[in-house]
Design a protein around this ligand. Structure first.
Ligand SMILES: [Zn+2]
Length: 260
């Protein structure tokens, strides 16, 4: 059984303030990212995984130090999408998730850009990054079975993926920019157990799908951001001053549902 383990930073244990996305706090956040990732990797292998592919998913994807990641795991880098497309991946999991923009007490809630993206919808449903990852994996028959993050993000994951998924709640958002974390060692234990449980959910959790063609829409926070999107993608429809839209017949690449 092969697991694709995505990672993000906002929902990592011990990360309790927006300040930790930069500077000294960021270095600590990255050490915590490694700890949560290793806890999940251990849970996967103890649950019967034969391969665990880890993707550093926050920002530009250079957050954890590969030397600090459990050497049993593989780091496929850009090849991760090929692994999914070629049917090599059985399960998807993610540590460190965050909620979509506009979530009450969602710690650092956003979808891709907290500055530019106000509301991102697919087929009229507001979506966050959990839905995006789940849709890509789901297209290739891979169920998204486990997440870790704050209360709001884990709730969002259950809303999209169902109550059977394994979740590790490691903190509670207090407004947007602060959180109250559980102790780090407890968080790692929860993540380990959730990943191990995730290994048993292949037949219980269905691959996530939405009805094609997908209508993907983005309300930007400002009109000039929408101008820039339309300059990059003249093929998109401009709905109004802040809103751009396109449709997707079938997802082949993760980027197919993005406004990059
Ligand atoms: Zn992130």
């Amino acid at each position: 059984m092969t697991v694709l383990l995505m990672t993000d930073l906002e929902g990592i244990s011990g990360v309790d303030s927006i300040e930790q996305m930069e500077g000294e706090g960021y270095v600590y956040a990255c050490r915590r990212l490694e700890a949560d990732t290793n806890a999940a990797i251990a849970g996967c292998f103890d649950g019967g995984a034969t391969r665990v592919l880890v993707l550093d998913g926050h920002s530009t994807g250079i957050n954890f130090d590969p030397k600090n990641i459990d050497p049993r795991a593989e780091l496929p880098g850009k090849a991760w999408q090929d692994e999914v497309r070629s049917g090599n991946v059985d399960l998807m999991m993610e540590v460190g998730i965050h909620a979509m923009p506009g979530t009450m007490n969602g710690f650092l809630d956003h979808t891709q850009s907290s500055v530019q993206w106000f509301e991102y919808t697919i087929n009229g449903r507001p979506c966050g990054e959990v839905a995006q990852g789940a849709l890509f994996a789901g297209e290739f028959g891979v169920p998204f079975v486990m997440v870790s993050g704050d209360v709001a993000a884990c709730e969002e994951a259950r809303e999209f993926l169902g109550n059977d998924i394994a979740t590790a709640v490691v903190k509670r958002g207090i407004g947007r920019n602060k959180a109250e974390c559980i102790p780090n060692d407890e968080a790692e234990k929860l993540i380990y157990e959730a990943a191990k449980k995730g290994m048993t959910l292949k037949d219980k959790v269905k691959p996530f799908k939405m009805i094609y063609p997908l209508e993907v829409k983005l309300v930007h926070t400002r009109t000039d951001y929408c101008d820039a999107t339309m300059e990059r993608h003249p093929e998109f429809d401009r709905i109004d001053a802040r809103t751009a839209r396109f449709t997707v017949d079938r997802i082949r690449n993760y980027g197919d549902i993005m406004f990059w």
